[in-house]
Design a protein around this ligand. Sequence first.
Ligand code: NAD
Length: 483
Amino acid sequence: MRAQPTASHFINGKYVEDTEGREIECIYPATGEVVAKLHSATPAIIEQALESARAGQKIWAAMTGTERGRVLRKAALIIEERNHELSVLETLDTGKPLSETLYVDATSGREALEYFGGLAGSLTGEHIQLGQDWVYTVREPLGVCVGIGAWNYPTQIACWKGAPALACGNAMIFKPSETTPICALKVAEILHEAGLPAGVYNVVQGYGDVGAALVGDARVDKVSLTGSVPTGRKVYAAAAEGMKHVTMELGGKSPMIVFDDADIEDAVSGAILGNFYSSGQVCSNGTRVFVQKGIKKAFLKRLKERTEQAVMGDPMDEATNFGPMVSANQMNIVLGYIDKGVEEGAKLISGGKMAKRDGFFVEPTIFADVTDEMTIAREEIFGPVLSVLDFETEEDVIARANDTEFGLAAGVFTNDLTRAHRVAAAFEAGTCYINTYNLAPVEAPFGGSKASGVGRENSKEAINHYSQVKSIYVAMGPVEAPF
Ligand code: NAD
């Protein structure tokens, strides 16, 4: 299988190559085959991207919001037409099964372009009357934005960062994860096909050093990172040196609380969605499943039965609904955590092994009798490992759910209306769910609190993170001065 793009980078409206850059191999996780070889950006490539973004941004910002929105919406239509081709690429890049990518990845990218394309024409400032004087505000773009992606949702991340940035009149330089370099190039190609001026959306490949070079450049005004907390700390610190705007979408160890009165099938569905979708490689996963004692036996029985129905196999076969880890490295990290869970005394209920097949497959794994201090209950695993913890009272479970440095997401399953809202209010997390889990519609803000991040993606909130307000005071009378 091949997924070789025309060239490694997309700059100033066209594909660009520089084979001097360190090689990046794109490996299909279901077989271990190399499906594409690309090159990390050299300083010359980074320079080209920065200069073209600066020039393109001026042209783009001079257009009306309606004109900008039209380009984004046209790109959304092209994505819809090419959904199958883009989904196959996403599957090759990540190993996620087609049964997911056909419905989620390009689709979610398309929705971001549609949504922010729709908003672009209605971004306004305000008028503040002060007696005879008045102030008006103007919402201005920030300039050149750098987007840095993780490997779990390469098409979605390229669009979630690009769409609001472009709607506000910025240019973007996007650096995909070195593990999944292919999909963002297609997003750039399609945006330009839809009429985007050259230089407004550029893709440069590279490892962390390329990201760091972009973040440190004085010509960059904003950095939006999706990645782990340790990377987030480094990127946030480097951005602070230049006083740049930031959005940080980082990791999590989110709680999901199931009360005795919950609908068991819904709660089990939530736990499956929040732990095994994309083989557990989702930042907002509810990996600490707190189950109230009275429902524990029935919950574990149904969770095990349903998890064992997962269809692991060739991701290109639409009957498969559980794919491999993105890389051998990630597989080994996950297997290491499973060993730790067993060592520290958690009870293995299901899975726990590498699958006996090519590629980087780990079985969907369930642990019960997990306690708060175990490593699997404290650290982000980013794989298909679900931990069930017992609890008795609401007060106790809220304190334990919040006892983490992370604050990305949290969920509660209960049929008690007031308890549902009380618990949601008590969660220290940016994205909360009542009687469902892991939905991320473009209309709703998404992001974390505490160490899980800064800023929000999606919704009108994202506009505030890709624009700044200028206020202009207009005096209508004589100027009074003390002397
Ligand atoms: P990572 O932190 O290893 O890498 C993320 C990106 O940062 C990559 O593109 C990498 O090349 C780049 N990078 C690394 N060092 C850098 C530096 N010093 N300066 C600039 N860029 C640098 O993360 P990953 O392994 O690719 O992704 C998994 C992590 O991402 C998990 O922690 C997961 O929770 C998180 N994630 C968060 C969200 C969210 O929306 N909150 C979504 C997806 C993934």
